[in-house]
Design a protein around this ligand. Structure first.
Ligand SMILES: Cc1cc2nc3c(=O)[nH]c(=O)nc-3n(C[C@H](O)[C@H](O)[C@H](O)COP(=O)(O)OP(=O)(O)OC[C@H]3O[C@@H](n4cnc5c(N)ncnc54)[C@H](O)[C@@H]3O)c2cc1C
Length: 330
């Protein structure tokens, strides 16, 4: 809950100009721009108001905060700014989005966003539902993430492990990039990969192999997360898949690079997906096949997945939405 702000669930009865689905950096920024353009957006904040940064410790790469800023604090500020500008926030999940009425080609379509508490009619939708990192699925994983040892973003959290021993799980390009980033900050990096062969680009793999403080373990699966007296990650129980032998590794950080799943369920049946499972866009600002529906942030982005790029995409989606709405009104 945010100081001074009451979370509501009441939906407006008439047709609104814009609904923003999602309340991470992309959603809050889209809401801010739409509100300042006079579209009085309704934000459906979903299961995690604030989005993935609610799991983050200090965010040190969001411009404007030279000392860094805690992820939840940054999200509270973004929300406050959007609300001050005129956005309304409800803590509901969108269960379905459907095209309701009007001629999409004439830019007068009306969409319905369905929630548990009722349906809201809107001329435009910005979909910013983010993505979820794939997890190992081990006991204790959730408690040990968020600054307690397990991380899902090396660009974000590598500097927090300066001089420590860490492990990276994964076998693709992301895992290699993370090892390269971590090797410069940490004492030692152990790369653990379930298979015997890496999927990563050879040049990245070569760079990883050339580093003195990296140990590569193929045919290795993390079976157990070991906790220290301070409640933080202290080590890993690792199994050799060929022999079944188990070894305990002492590490203070574990970076899980086994992929992301974009949250696209709401678009099932009406928006196209890319081969990576992200939402497909047809033009600038996250335009989609369906006029009046724009998409932004990690749900679209297979490559960068940063708070600042999500915020930038939210801005672009709001500007395109505003242009679309101006066409409707003129
Ligand atoms: C631990 C961690 C640390 C990170 N640190 C950094 C960092 O230091 N710097 C950096 O730039 N990036 C960092 N990132 C990455 C950054 O958090 C993401 O790139 C960014 O949050 C993506 O923003 P988004 O708005 O697209 O999605 P998200 O932040 O994922 O937000 C998605 C929103 O959609 C909502 N939603 C989902 N489904 C529904 C639904 N059905 N109905 C309504 N709402 C819904 C959720 O409730 C949530 O509010 C970190 C990520 C993690 C996990």
């Amino acid at each position: 809950m945010w100081a001074g702000i009451t979370d509501g669930t009441a939906l407006p009865s008439g047709t609104v100009d814009a609904v923003v689905v999602g309340a991470g950096p992309a959603g809050w920024t889209a809401a801010l721009y739409l509100a300042r353009a006079g579209a009085a957006p309704l934000v459906l904040a979903g299961p995690t108001p604030g989005g993935r940064l609610m799991d983050a410790g200090p965010v040190e790469n969001f411009p404007g905060f030279p000392e860094g800023i805690d992820g939840p604090v940054l999200m509270a500020r973004m929300r406050e700014q959007a609300e001050r500008a005129g956005a309304t926030v409800v803590t509901l999940d969108a269960d379905e989005i459907r095209y309701a009425a009007g001629d999409p080609s004439a830019r007068d379509a009306v969409h319905e966003v369905v929630t548990d508490e009722g349906t809201v009619r809107t001329r435009a939708v910005v979909l910013a539902t983010g993505s979820a990192p794939r997890r190992l699925g081990l006991p204790g994983e959730a408690e040990l993430s968020g600054g307690r040892g397990i991380a899902y973003c090396a660009i974000c959290e590598a500097p927090l492990f300066k001089g420590r021993d860490v492990a990276v799980v994964g076998g693709g390009d992301t895992a290699m990039e993370w090892v390269l980033a971590l090797a410069g900050h940490t004492r030692r990096v152990r790369l653990l990969h379930r298979g015997e062969r890496f999927r990563a680009t050879p040049v990245l793999l070569e760079r990883v192999r050339s580093l003195d403080n990296v140990e590569i373990g193929t045919g290795r699966v993390v079976r157990q997360l070991l906790r220290g007296r301070d409640g933080k990650l202290a080590g890993l129980g690792v199994e050799d898949t060929a022999t079944g032998e188990r070894t305990d590794l002492t590490v203070q950080g574990l970076f899980v690079a086994i992929g992301h799943t974009p949250r696209t369920r709401l678009a099932d049946g009406f928006l196209t997906l890319t081969p990576t499972g992200h939402l497909h866009t047809t033009g600038p600002g996250g335009a989609t096949d369906l006029p009046g529906v724009f998409v932004a942030g990690d749900v679209v982005d297979a490559r960068y997945r940063q708070a600042v790029t999500a915020a930038g995409a939210g801005c672009a989606a709001a500007l395109e939405t505003t242009r679309y709405l101006e066409g409707v009104h003129s």
